[in-house]
Design a binder for this molecule. Structure first.
Ligand code: CA
Ligand code: CA
Length: 97
């Protein structure tokens, strides 16, 4: 009985794990990643969305580019880009631009 109480005390003594899941990255940061991962998309984004022509995709430029990419890629307009849709949009961009 006593050991149980000690265990409980220990359990409460351990600070609540400060491991709260990190807030999901802002959309713009993820948009930048999308282009950093894929040079085809990066070239396309630089060509059409590098508004200040510094040859860098800033978060706001990435967001605009990602928005356009999504509208190109989302063939069935369900609001999500599946890997298949992503691949065909990539092909489309590669062939056309
Ligand atoms: Ca730029
Ligand atoms: Ca879709």
């Amino acid at each position: 009985m006593r050991s149980l109480i000690v265990l409980c005390a220990l359990a409460f003594a351990v600070p609540a794990a400060a491991q709260s899941t990190p807030a999901s990255a802002p959309v713009s940061a993820r948009a930048v990643e999308l282009f950093e991962r894929d040079w085809v998309l990066m070239n396309w984004a630089l060509k059409f969305h590098d508004k200040d022509r510094d040859v860098l995709i800033s978060p706001s430029e990435a967001q605009a580019a990602a928005g356009e990419f999504r509208s190109i890629a989302d063939g069935d307009s369900d609001g999500r880009v599946t890997p298949g849709e992503y691949a065909s949009a990539r092909e489309f961009i590669l062939a056309r631009h």
